[in-house]
Design a protein around this ligand. Structure first.
Ligand SMILES: N[C@@H](CCC[C@H](N)C(=O)O)C(=O)O
Length: 298
């Protein structure tokens, strides 16, 4: 199996080119690839597959050529990964599967528009929907937060300052309400930043991601945090600088879209054998699944 490794502000991914969807990817293989000691190490896997070759994406075939089949490090799926889309797009361009400039990428949460430049990649996610409140608990302390849907679920909890943010123990998952988040949730903690030119708000955040643990950055989480920061100053559109442990993301919310911008790079390419990871692959049923999905949609 060939792979590439890339990251966006430290949120890192193993990228698996499987253009015609024949690789029988399993949760076990994903977890083994993402293992930081016994595998390649990553927060998640991005499988690169044509939309018409994957059952979850066949419906997007007219709108995007490529589907980002995203998996968390523990082998679970997620609907959206904002940094993933940006790194995936960098890979498409560097591997010669897409020209630079503008492109579209299909995800489980819909088709995302992407703008690629050498320094930065900007992905147009759906506008975050702030829809209620819930509570997270860390080390016995209770944090009230805003529930936000960015295609995937988020809980944004405000803390008072950078010191409180730095002191949070995120080595294990914050506790959250299963009733409010039956499929789990990504929990962000957000502290006020300093006034910066050119933005309406500046915040610093840390995140504990569903299925991956604490990461250096989460793009969809930064969008959720930005929407809450803008609402806190009475705005529903505007520009927010979000500092994550891995760097800075700039979020621009307009009436319909949440533009997530920042660097995204490919750092390595190579080959890996599933047997070396102690994983045996089942036989692929991919083609049959795609035909069944197409027949179901007709
Ligand atoms: N790091 C991602 C989010 C990845 C998915 C998330 N862990 C989930 O399960 O929803 C991002 O950049 O958005």
């Amino acid at each position: 199996m060939t792979y590439a490794k890339g990251h966006g502000t430290g949120n890192d991914f193993v990228i698996l080119p499987d253009l015609d969807g024949t690789l029988p990817l399993t949760p076990r293989l994903v977890a083994a690839l993402c293992d930081r000691r016994r595998g390649i190490g990553a927060d998640g896997v991005l499988r690169v597959v044509r939309t018409d070759a994957h059952p979850d994406a066949a419906r997007y075939a007219g709108a995007a050529e490529w589907f980002m089949d995203y998996w968390n490090a523990d082998g679970t799926f997620a609907e959206m990964c904002g940094n993933g889309v940006r790194v995936y797009s960098r890979y498409l361009v560097e591997a010669g599967f897409a020209d630079g400039g503008e492109l579209t990428v299909a995800t489980r949460a819909g088709v995302v528009r992407v703008v690629v430049t050498p320094a930065e990649i900007s992905a147009g996610l759906s506008k975050p929907r702030v829809y209620g409140q819930s509570v997270a608990r860390v080390a016995g302390y209770r944090y009230l937060g805003e529930a936000v849907d960015v295609g995937n679920p988020h809980l944004v909890c405000r803390v008072s300052d950078t010191q409180e943010l730095a002191g949070l123990d995120l080595t294990t998952s914050p506790e959250f309400s299963d009733a409010d988040f039956p499929t789990g949730v990504n929990v962000e903690f957000s502290a006020p930043g300093v006034p910066l030119p050119g933005v309406d708000a500046h915040v610093r955040m840390r995140v504990y991601e569903r299925g991956s643990g604490e990461t250096l950055s989460c793009g969809s989480g930064a969008c959720a945090v930005a929407a809450v920061a803008l609402a806190d100053v009475g705005l529903s559109t505007g520009r927010v600088a979000v500092d994550v442990p891995g760097g800075r993301l700039t979020i621009t919310l307009d009436e319909e879209t949440c533009w997530l911008a920042g660097p995204a790079v490919i750092v390595a390419t190579g080959a890996v054998a599933p047997e070396a990871l102690d994983v045996r692959l089942p036989r692929s049923n991919a083609r049959k699944d795609v035909e069944a999905a197409k027949a179901g949609a007709a």
